[in-house]
Design a protein around this ligand. Structure first.
Ligand code: CA
Ligand code: CA
Length: 395
């Protein structure tokens, strides 16, 4: 009897170990719902506001900033029509932040993909999330119904370069339903050795129809389409090592396919490159629409299409400045705005949200991308703190 009892105990013990292993294995397959904080309530927000020293951030009168969610290495942002925010990173992971009850607060943070190579780019179309990770564009279908148990990303296209230098893909769907993909030059400054280096390319959503859309682009990691004209506007980062004040980052406008924006021959529309500009004429290339400042690292940009900020911000352009490294006095580390006047012209960049750089010392935050939500507020990603902020107008 005792012996039987002890056998039974052993079986029960073995079974419980077995079921624990099954449970652990199944947990591994699921997306980690993790301990990342989303700002689901005001008391939580107060703690996160203090944690990230948001009292140091200056905004125009009537605006406020809060933490939307903590997301490690938060980089590119996109949002679905239902309000789910997707966040790419410089590392292997992609995150999703749903707001199912539409209250303007993040419900939670899901890790939905991992094991990718620099999963920086995110774009959403027809229920599918597209991810730009180095050489490869992936797709995750019906993703919003499967945030807790996401499908394995499938390959859409895998012929982009895998260089580490300027190798973070920025991707976005244009009004023509094509996926636009930034492909940086694999260097500070160099002659492109392959046609797609230093370009913005586009492909169909199924991966077919590859073409180069714009060339002479050093490294664009931010573009959007003008809501009035449907033209593509994009940021481009100026080259390094020509001093503190030149060349400027650029805001460019592509009105059609096939335009050349000057890199590496001509910088900011009027500075021939000391090495590669010999025998070239800046007038042969499309100059920028706006100069954004040297070394500020202008990354993500969006037009304000929601237009729920005051009228002076109607269709304004917001740009995230990641901040300088190649400058004796640091610059950038803020969000700037270019306002549109009554004649349709855009202003020079005006600081909109700043204070991540205090006293020109070490930065305590680095904006990467900007994205409007349907409620009219502006999200800002920060890969230094691993946070997505929300800037809203409180009146
Ligand atoms: Ca919510
Ligand atoms: Ca240029």
């Amino acid at each position: 009897m005792n012996r039987l009892n002890s056998v039974a105990k052993k079986i029960v013990f073995a079974l419980s170990i077995f079921s624990f292993l099954i449970l652990a294995a199944s947990c591994n397959n699921k997306s980690s719902h993790s301990n990342l904080s989303a700002n689901t309530s005001e008391p939580t927000n107060n703690a996160l506001f203090n944690k990230y020293k948001l009292d140091k951030i200056t905004l125009p009168e009537g605006f406020k900033i809060s933490v939307y969610a903590e997301v490690p290495n938060a980089r590119s942002l996109c949002v679905s029509p239902a309000g789910t925010v997707f966040v790419g990173t410089r590392n292997d992971k992609v995150y999703a932040i749903p707001d199912k009850n539409n209250d303007g607060n993040a419900d939670s943070v899901y890790e939905i993909a991992s094991g990718l190579n620099s999963a920086n780019g995110v774009a959403f179309k027809d229920g599918s999330l597209y991810i730009g990770a180095s050489s490869t564009i992936y797709r995750m279908d019906n993703i919003e119904s499967n945030l807790a148990n996401p499908p394995k990303p499938t390959v859409v296209y895998d012929q982009f370069p895998s260089d580490a230098h300027h190798g973070l893909r920025y991707i976005s769907f244009g009004p023509d339903n094509k996926l636009y993909v930034g492909v940086g030059a694999p260097c500070n400054v160099c002659i492109p050795t392959k046609p797609y280096y230093g370009t913005i390319c586009r492909i169909n959503a199924d991966g077919s129809g590859f073409e180069i859309y714009a060339s002479g682009v050093r490294n664009s990691v931010g573009f959007d389409w003008n809501p009035d004209t449907k033209e593509m506007w994009f940021t481009d980062n100026g080259r390094d090592n020509l001093g503190d004040t030149i060349p400027s980052d650029e805001l460019n406008k592509a009105t059609h396919a096939g335009m050349n924006f000057g890199f590496p021959y001509c910088h900011q529309g009027n500075i021939p490159d000391p090495e590669f500009g010999k025998g070239k004429n800046c007038a042969d290339y499309t100059p920028p629409v706006k100069l954004l400042g040297a070394h500020v690292a202008s990354l993500g940009m969006r037009f304000n299409k929601e237009n729920k900020f005051p009228a002076e911000y109607k269709n304004a352009i917001f740009i995230a400045e990641h901040g300088s490294w190649n400058r004796s006095i640091p610059d950038g580390y803020r969000v700037v705005v270019l306002k549109k006047d009554s004649t349709g012209n855009y202003s020079d960049p005006i600081p909109f949200a700043y204070g991540w750089l205090q006293d020109n010392k070490e930065a305590n935050g680095r904006p990467v991308d900007v994205q409007f939500l349907k409620d009219g507020s502006l999200l800002v990603s920060d890969d230094y703190n691993g946070v997505v902020y929300k800037i809203s107008y409180k009146g």
